[in-house]
Structures are given as C-alpha cells and as structure tokens.
Design a protein around this ligand. Structure first.
Ligand SMILES: [Zn+2]
Length: 302
C-alpha cells in the first residue's frame, strides 16, 4: 500500500516535470529575485540585499552579498548612479548572463530630475514621489511577471493634503542631503539639501552659511536629519541660526535612502513616506495626525 503511494507520487512528478521545464527560466515570479534597496524589494515582494539604515551611495558588497547575487535568478537595482560602489559588480553579473534590471530607469525619462551637481547626472531618489515610484515599480512588475504593486493613490492624497496645510512661508524642507527633490516637486515644497545628491561629497562652509541665511530669513521652525546621513551639518545649521538670534529645532529624523526596521510599519514603503510626510507637516506648522495616515506610526519624541 505504502509503496503504491510512493510510486504514484513518483509517476505524478514525472508527469509534472515537462510542464515545469516549459516555464520561462528567468522569470522573477519565484520570489528568488533580489533587490538592492528595500524601497524596491518590499513593494515587489522580493528579498532586499540592504537592511534598514544602510546608505546605498556608500555601501560596498560583501563576499556573502556577491554569493547571494550570483545565486539569485534575477537582480533588481535602482540605477541612475545610486549604487555607486556596486555598479562594477552589477556590470560583471550582467555580462555573465544574469538578468539585471534597473528599476529607477524604468520611469519615463521626461519625468526624471537632474542632479544639482555635475551636468548630465540624474537624480536617483525617485521613490520620494509615490506616483512616479508606483509607475516605475509597475512597469518592472509587468516586465518580470511579479505581483503588481498598488498605485499609492491614498498615500499621495494624504501627502498632498498634509503638506499643503503648512503655512506658505515655511514650505521649505532643509535636510542633510539632496534626496527630496522629487518629493518637493510633487508637493510644492522648496528643498534645500546641505550635501549634494551623493552622500560622499562634503558640504563646505559657504554652503552651511547659505543654508543658515535661508533658515533665518524665512524664520523656519525646523530642519531635518536623515536616518542614513550624519547629523553634523544639521547641527552646524542650528548653531549658525542661533548665533543670529533665530531658534530652529530638529523637526525629526526622515527616511531618505532607507526604510524603518523590518517588521514595523515604517519598514514598509507606505509607512516610510507616511512617516516623512507626517513629521514634516507637523514640524513646519501644518496639520497632520500624530500617528499618521492610518494611525500606525510609532509614537515619536519629536
Ligand atoms: Zn541619497
């Protein structure tokens, strides 16, 4: 009896094998695909190479990462220069025949922003605009046969309403590096990044003085720190403003190039943007519920 069951299972397997062989080999649907940054990985339901709090501009692949990438059936990365230290490895993987997809480059060229620095450099921080991000993710999902993520319409409407409640003169976002240009364009905020688009460049004294000037003349109540970037420059801004008689505080810690801890609401793409929108709106004098769009944000000390 038992042998019969084993035999029938074996026969069933033989029957199924040719069908499996007919499936496309490189489809990412088996969830074995791996994405560099969690902002790509989480909405598409694939594994993330980088964890919370990691700066993708500076991250260098470890030996274990390389093994993971070699074994994964598909690699998804942002591109547009974000993963500066990894591009050589990605090029080698692509040359070896590995399917490699640059998700940020799936967004239409006309909707991309240029970086403020060297001419021709693109700004890779597309995920800061939920509508543009949905577009890039959806194009990628369709192409690779992954589950198609939602359009983030509710998130976009919440962000617009909350950020428009900030009094007009204070609609200025001063933060550590230039990650928020797409965010500012979408929601009508002036964005002042102290460091360039890339966290490798150092902010000079002249830049600090220029930012202090903006903070003081616009009477800004708050500036922001980021989860992946050093607070040093922001402290210099606060001290510089104080020396000129204007008190400005740290309005909160924003997620720019990484999301919150895994397993938390802030560790999802929607939670990350909800956190940023809610923190910015409240610190700059706008109206937003303390626990955010869905009442799910962690309580904050700011
Ligand atoms: Zn960045």
């Amino acid at each position: 009896m038992r042998n019969n069951t084993v035999m029938s299972r074996f026969m069933a397997l033989l029957f199924v094998l040719p069908a499996l062989a007919a499936l496309p080999v490189c489809a990412a649907t088996d969830r074995g695909a791996i994405a560099t940054i969690p902002m790509i990985a989480e909405p598409l339901g694939v594994e993330s190479l980088m964890g919370p709090g990691v700066d993708p501009h500076l991250y260098k692949l470890t030996r274990a990462d390389i093994t993971k990438l070699v074994e994964a059936p598909h690699l998804l990365y942002c591109g547009l220069g974000l993963e500066g230290k990894m591009l050589d490895a990605f090029a080698r993987l692509a040359a070896s025949g590995k399917p490699v997809t640059a998700v940020c480059e799936a967004a239409p060229k006309a909707k991309r922003l240029q970086a403020a620095g060297p001419v021709g450099a693109a700004d890779p921080h597309l995920w800061m605009d939920p509508v543009l991000w949905a577009e890039a993710l959806q194009v990628t999902a369709h192409r690779l046969g992954l589950p198609v993520p939602e359009d983030f319409g509710q998130l976009d409407a919440y962000a617009r309403a909350r950020l428009e409640s900030i009094p007009a003169p204070a609609r200025v976002l001063v933060t550590a590096h230039d990650a928020f240009a797409y965010f500012g364009r979408r929601y009508g905020l002036e964005v002042v990044g102290i460091q360039g688009i890339n966290t490798e460049s150092e902010a000079g004294l002249r830049t600090i003085e220029a930012v202090v000037e903006i903070v003081v003349t616009r009477r800004l109540p708050a500036v922001f720190v980021e989860s992946t970037v050093s607070d040093r420059n922001i402290s210099a801004i606060i001290e510089g403003a104080a020396a000129r008689g204007h008190r400005v505080v740290v309005g909160g810690r924003l997620f720019s190039d990484a999301m919150g801890p895994e397993g938390t609401y802030e560790g999802t793409y929607i939670g990350m943007i909800d956190h940023n929108v809610t923190t910015i709106a409240r610190a700059l004098g706008g109206r937003a519920p303390a626990r955010g769009m869905q009442g799910r944000l962690a309580a904050h000390d700011h």
